[in-house]
Design a protein around this ligand. Structure first.
Ligand code: NAI
Length: 308
């Protein structure tokens, strides 16, 4: 199993580290545009191998895509990240050009690859990769919902004063502060609806804290987060590499599912060796449907800025 990660910055390196530590991939290739940067990150990570007990071989290259040839999975994290006060949408202009050219280089070397898009604004970048590469829809996956759901579970566990492993919950919709749809109605603590334990007001607070999860960290860190994003990407990569058939909310091209079409947005999908093996349509309440539809409108509005 060969995995390429483009962008050896905060998220790319964290993702490579988690993949390596989980020890399921034979090789991870890091690519960056900054001279020597990916090589340096790869060397530093390899020097953790004997300490962390993994055999995954990590290499780095400054833009030589021939080194990525034959990758089973490629992750795109290249581009700029937001600074405090910025929205993810403000990154569109710069990141679209980067993501489009990176995707073309990856597909040229690995025509059978599955691509995971991380760069923001992620739903629009996923749609761009779909339009620009023409790869089948099951092989283009946007990562956002897995991270947002992890943040939702963190906030739920905090409110419930329960261990995170006892809590389940999912965030669908666009990967943006306004577009996320945390499904509080379906969230559970040991199979019991969380509404049994939390007031409506407290649940609304959990929802709001989840939606601004990224912005809260950007405010604290001065740049966007990397541990949870890297871990979330590695979870998707592992589900595909190990054919786990796990369900994650991922951004995928919709063609009528949830009454939406011609956009990529986060909905639950089954991930296995073929990438997205099934889009899962759950019964949403009228309120949840309305929130998803309004989120989709915002993503579509962003998409109009793209050229293919
Ligand atoms: P970073 O600035 O630490 O790393 C980005 C890297 O991309 C840099 O090392 C840069 O040199 C490289 N790069 C730029 N242009 C390139 C090109 N043409 N080819 C190869 N490499 C290139 O940024 P960070 O924090 O790693 O974030 C990366 C992206 O991921 C951002 O767009 C950020 O908004 C997004 N992100 C998305 C998340 C999600 O849930 N979808 C979560 C966190 C970040």
């Amino acid at each position: 199993m060969k995995v390429t990660v483009v962008g050896a910055g905060a998220v790319g390196a964290s993702c490579a580290e988690y993949i390596a530590i989980k020890n399921f991939a034979s090789e991870v290739v890091l690519v960056d545009i900054k001279e020597g940067f990916a090589e340096g990150k790869a060397m530093d990570l390899m020097q953790t191998a004997s300490l962390n007990g993994f055999d995954t071989k990590i290499t780095g290259t400054t833009g030589d895509y021939s080194k990525t040839a034959g990758s089973d999975i490629c992750v795109i994290t290249s581009g700029i990240a937001r600074k405090p006060g910025m929205s993810r949408d403000e990154l569109l202009g710069i990141n679209a050009g980067i993501v489009k050219s990176v995707a073309a280089s990856l597909v040229e070397q690995s025509p059978n690859t599955i691509i995971i898009v991380v760069s923001n604004p992620m739903d629009t970048m996923t749609y761009l990769v779909h339009k620009a590469t023409g790869l089948p829809k099951n092989r283009i996956i946007g990562m956002g919902g897995a991270l947002d759901s992890a943040r939702f579970k963190y906030r739920l566990a905090e409110a419930l004063e329960a261990p995170i492993s006892d809590v389940d919950g999912m965030v669908i919709g666009g990967h943006s502060d306004k577009g996320m749809v945390p499904l509080t109605r379906l969230a559970t603590r040991n199979s019991v609806p969380v509404s049994e334990f939390l007031s409506e007001e407290r649940l609304e607070q959990v929802k709001q804290d989840t939606k601004v999860g990224g912005a809260t960290l950007t405010g604290l860190l001065g740049t966007s987060a990397w541990y949870a994003p890297g871990a979330a990407v590695s979870g998707l990569v592992q589900a595909i590499a190990c054919d786990q058939k796990k369900i994650f909310p991922c951004s995928t091209l919709l063609e009528g599912e949830y009454g939406l079409s011609d956009l990529c947005i986060g909905v639950p999908v089954v991930l296995g060796k073929n990438g997205i093996e099934k889009i899962v349509e759950i019964n949403l309440s009228e309120e949840e449907k309305a929130a998803l539809t309004s989120s989709a409108e915002a993503v579509k509005n962003n998409n109009t800025a793209l050229t293919f």
